[in-house]
Design a binder for this molecule. Structure first.
Ligand SMILES: [Zn+2]
Length: 462
């Protein structure tokens, strides 16, 4: 990485981080579900490799805090990555075929999933490490769901003819809101005349977190609802409703023509026997009823048991892992210089420059470890911490950007141009943080600061 970028030249940060993730991080993490049982002392020996790569990518000083490097680059520490990967491995094993030997060993180990215990000072097996990782992330460990070794539907069988999208294709949301009901009535009276009509819906709320599914058979005036665990996603809810509708038809009705209408398009890749997609539930009575039933089921006391799907587990794991890392940063970053500009790992694209020298300068100024005299003096690289133009003032980042008379004219120009934008505060959090994460002015503010840095002719020192 050092051969393709320096602090003033070479590849940009994204390219360097992409190379690190692709060529180095993959090798470091390869087999971590096995070697992760090593002692923390041994595992910590890998950390300097990542730290060095992040320093090169950001152009940061060797003295820069590791936590700041990780937050600024968006690369989590290795222990967080390992924890996530061991959970992924456990999840893959739980969803493997029924002939996989590890699930059998897991069951024979006699470990209680909710309270995993293992002798102290002994190497923890994958099962224990995965369960502890899930526990630390406040996630339920995935249950055993063996996949069939042969898919029930042959891959060469075309199921697209069983699903009709004619209603959704004819429907344009910009058109009159009565069009969808009219199209539905037309289909119901012509193409699907005489069919048993079934409506399905999945519903989800976040406050309070709850999920539910419902089916409504129009001719029988029959509605059935199920409340499910809140962690299920909308695709699972809709597929569950479809499955229940098909199961009911198979169990209770004589063979007849059935059309299943479903409410949204989130399960478009899946096919159902003679189903059709309805883009709007307003004005279609069956859809309104099933939608209302699903919402009522959100407060039901009985919760249907349904294991989480593999894709849902992966999504929850990614979100929980990110939150765990962000909580680490929120606790530690405020005590560092970077804490004035960020307290989590979110991307700050405005605090970047396409020019390598400016990008490195911005990184160093935000992290607080720069080539100015005050910092170099702390490292005992220069005899005194004072500014070379005003000998009685320490050359800190604040002195350089806000006070040093040497750059007065450039600073006045910067202040005037910021005033034109409506930015009156002339402080470090504004100049290097870009006013705030949600302000539309964050990009122009950082661009103006880059102009100041370039005109100051001090980039080689920063
Ligand atoms: Zn000065």
């Amino acid at each position: 990485m050092k051969s393709v970028a320096g602090s003033k030249w070479g590849a940009n940060r994204d390219l360097l981080l992409g190379y690190y993730r692709a060529a180095i991080l993959g090798k470091i993490n390869y087999g971590c579900s096995v070697y992760g049982s090593a002692s923390s002392t041994q595992l910590r020996k890998l950390d300097p490799i990542q730290n060095a790569a992040l320093r090169i990518a950001l152009g940061a000083f060797c003295s820069s805090p590791v936590l700041s490097l990780q937050a600024e680059s968006g690369v989590p520490p290795l222990h967080v990555t390992r924890s996530k990967l061991v959970c992924r491995r456990y999840q893959a094993i739980q969803h493997s075929s029924r002939h996989h030997p590890l699930p059998v060993l897991f069951e024979e180990a006699g470990v209680i999933l909710s309270h995993p215990a293992w002798p102290v000072r002994s190497h923890q097996p994958l099962l224990i490490r995965a369960l502890w990782a899930y526990r630390s992330l406040s996630l339920p460990p995935p249950l055993r769901q063996p996949l069939p070794s042969v898919p029930p539907t042959p891959p060469w069988r075309d199921l697209s003819s069983l699903v009709s999208f004619c209603l959704s294709e004819s429907f344009d949301k910009s058109q009159d809101g009565h069009l969808a009901p009219a199209l539905y009535r037309e289909l119901s009276d012509t193409v699907y005349a005489g069919y048993l009509e079934v409506f399905t819906d999945g519903s989800h709320t976040t406050t309070p977190a709850a999920s539910a599914a419902a089916i409504y058979l129009v001719d029988l005036s029959l509605c059935q609802t199920w409340r499910l665990a809140a962690l299920h996603d909308s695709v699972t809810l809709e597929l569950f409703a479809l499955f229940k509708a098909l199961a009911f038809i198979k169990a209770h009705l004589q063979p007849q023509k059935v059309v299943i209408y479903r409410l949204s398009g989130s399960i478009a890749p899946y096919c159902v026997p003679q189903g059709t997609w309805i883009p709007s539930h307003v004005g279609i009575r069956g859809n309104e009823i099933v939608d209302r039933a699903a919402r009522l089921a959100l407060t039901s006391a009985a919760v249907e048991t349904l294991p989480l799907q593999e894709a849902t587990c992966s999504r929850l794991l990614t979100v929980a892992s990110g939150k765990a890392w962000d909580s680490e940063l929120a606790a530690e970053l405020p005590s560092s210089t970077l804490g004035a500009y960020r307290t989590d790992s979110s991307c700050h694209p405005w605090a970047r420059s396409t020019a390598r020298a400016l990008d490195v300068a911005l990184n160093r100024l935000r992290i607080g470890h720069v080539g100015l005299a005050s910092h170099l003096h702390r490292l005992r690289l220069v005899p005194d911490p004072y500014c070379q133009w005003c000998r009685d003032q320490e050359e800190t980042i604040a002195h350089f950007l806000l006070h040093c008379p040497r750059f007065h004219s450039m600073r006045t120009e910067l202040r005037d141009r910021l005033s034109v934008l409506g930015v009156r505060d002339f402080t470090l959090p504004v100049l290097l943080g870009g006013v705030g994460p949600n302000s539309p002015l964050r990009y122009p503010v950082i661009r103006l600061v880059c102009v100041f840095l370039r005109k100051s002719r001090q980039l080689h020192r920063i």
